[in-house]
Design a protein around this ligand. Structure first.
Ligand code: C2O
Ligand code: CU
Length: 490
């Protein structure tokens, strides 16, 4: 074949020979004209994956040098009781007998060594949500470790690479174990002090309880599976119905909020009190913005910086949720006492967060179509047998995908259903670059993004953490019904 082509080519006339040259010359002239007359448009076209990677460089570290300090603690998961309603003992599953479990605090550079024992009647694991851990510490059964059997122990040990607000929870029968009370927070403090008057964590949770104040023990009901998961009828902050933070006028507070609910989404805000968002999903933002317009989906964290007005003595500021039709009161700040001088310092932002302008022009590497289908075979009743799929597969069946390590990767979540899906990716941070194809510029990274019904969300990331990482809906009932896949960073 090759020889024949060569022979034919030899027969070309002189003009024919010059056609390619003429075409190239025309292209050069036209391109030059476009470059000259519309440099704005050309800027867009010029964005390359390499340029986006170099813009990202420095946004967060690839690895951290441990400072040699080991924070060691013992933690046991077991059945216990807590008093949420006065006079009622609610049976829960908990870490170290409280719900939420321990607020684990380490400094950036410290190594956490958690000696964990499972005293539950079920297998379990611990996943550190949002923390870039070595893959073997990620706590996903069948993917990164074997489940920890009742009576067994496991040591989780790692040095967090990022300062910020993180949390941990099981990754076995997660919809049941989290609902029963198994979750805690991991706060990685900056190695330099931020000088806030108070640094507080509010873990927001909802429970579905029976009239005798017990956890309703049917999990993954067909109703929950068909809709947006298990939404509760009791709301707690730090395990309390009426959580109150006492402050003095003038104080400057860092308030870290975590949504540990199975499925409920919040749109939290303070009434009559301004606050700025300084971090999302643990990571500092590039520029602060007003608190009140960012959803807190299951898994998400928002850190806010609040200055209590000097003249606020005696005032109460209510934290409310306005995601649904009715406003819900979640917790409050009560101001009392002598005013103090407000600590003055710049917002702790991360100016290295890339803008990634033009990133949405880069081709989408991988699309994830999110949908549901009726399960064949079993549970064929009116309501039974729903499974949630990613690219028409329900976990443990999944569509494997590889991210290129240290390169610019893009993915699209296309919600083909009419339900909500807060999609969470383990072991990486990403940025939202477009919604429904329209470029957006969020000045922060995330590890979880809410995809609204019929919406598509494009995200981009430069993965720095190798391994096999799961990617799932954080409505825990949806994940339990198959909405989980895995990607490998290589
Ligand atoms: Cu909170 Cu698999 O995650
Ligand atoms: Cu979902």
């Amino acid at each position: 074949m090759k020889n024949k082509n060569v022979k034919q080519n030899m027969k070309f006339s002189k003009i024919q020979k010059h056609i390619p040259v003429i075409i190239i010359a025309c292209v050069v002239v036209i391109t030059g004209a476009i470059l000259f007359f519309s440099s704005d448009d050309i800027d867009k076209v010029k964005v390359s994956r390499e340029a986006l990677v170099s813009e990202f460089t420095g946004a967060y570290v690839e690895d951290i040098e441990p400072n040699g300090n080991i924070v060691e603690m013992n933690m046991t998961a077991s059945e216990s009781e807590v008093e949420i309603f006065d006079g009622y003992k609610t049976k829960v599953w908990s870490y170290n007998d409280t719900v939420p479990g321990p607020e684990v605090r380490v400094k950036l550079g410290d190594t956490l060594r958690l000696n964990f024992t499972n005293d539950l009647p079920q297998e379990t694991t611990i996943h550190f949500h949002g923390v870039r851990v070595p893959n073997a510490m990620d706590g996903v059964p069948g993917v990164t470790q074997d489940p920890i059997k009742p009576g067994e122990s496991f040591v989780y040990e790692f040095t967090p690479k990022d300062a910020g607000t993180f949390w941990f929870h099981p990754h076995v029968r997660t919809s049941e174990q989290v609902e029963r009370g198994l979750f805690g927070t991991l706060i990685v403090e900056d190695d330099v002090d931020q000088k806030y008057s108070q640094d507080i964590v509010w873990v927001i949770d909802d429970w579905r309880m029976t009239e005798d104040r017990q956890v309703y023990e049917e999990f993954n009901t067909p109703m929950d599976l068909m809709h947006d998961g298990r939404w509760g009828n009791v709301m707690t902050v730090n395990g309390k119905l009426n959580e109150v933070l006492d402050v003095k006028p003038g104080e400057r507070i860092r308030l870290r909020m975590v949504n540990a609910s199975n499925a409920r989404i919040y749109m939290p805000s303070f009434k009559n009190l301004n606050a700025k968002i300084i971090a999302v999903d643990g990571m500092y933002v590039k520029e602060v913005f007003d608190f009140g317009e960012l959803e807190l989906s299951p898994g998400n964290r928002i850190d806010i910086d609040i200055t209590i007005p000097q003249d606020a003595d005696g005032q109460v500021f209510e934290l409310v949720d306005n995601f649904g039709r009715e406003e819900i009161k979640l917790a409050r700040i009560e101001v009392a006492g002598q005013a103090v001088a407000t600590p003055e310092f710049n917002f702790p932002v991360n100016s290295e967060v890339p803008d990634w302008t033009g990133a949405s022009d880069i081709e989408i590497d991988k699309e994830y179509r999110l949908n549901a289908r009726r399960k064949t075979g079993e549970g064929m009743g009116m309501m039974g047998g729903i499974e949630w799929t990613i690219n028409d597969k329900a976990y443990p069946d999944y569509d494997p995908y590889t991210f290129k390590y240290a390169e610019f990767n893009t993915m699209r979540f296309t919600n083909e259903s009419v339900r909500l899906h807060p999609m969470h990716l383990h072991g990486q941070f990403f940025k939202v670059i477009a919604r429904d194809g329209v470029p957006v510029s969020e000045p922060y990274f995330r590890d979880t993004v809410l995809v609204y019904p019929r919406q598509s969300v494009d995200v981009a990331l430069v993965p720095l953490d190798k391994g096999l990482w799961v990617n799932h809906c954080h409505i825990l009932e949806h994940a339990a019904a198959g909405m989980l896949t895995a990607v490998e960073v290589r």
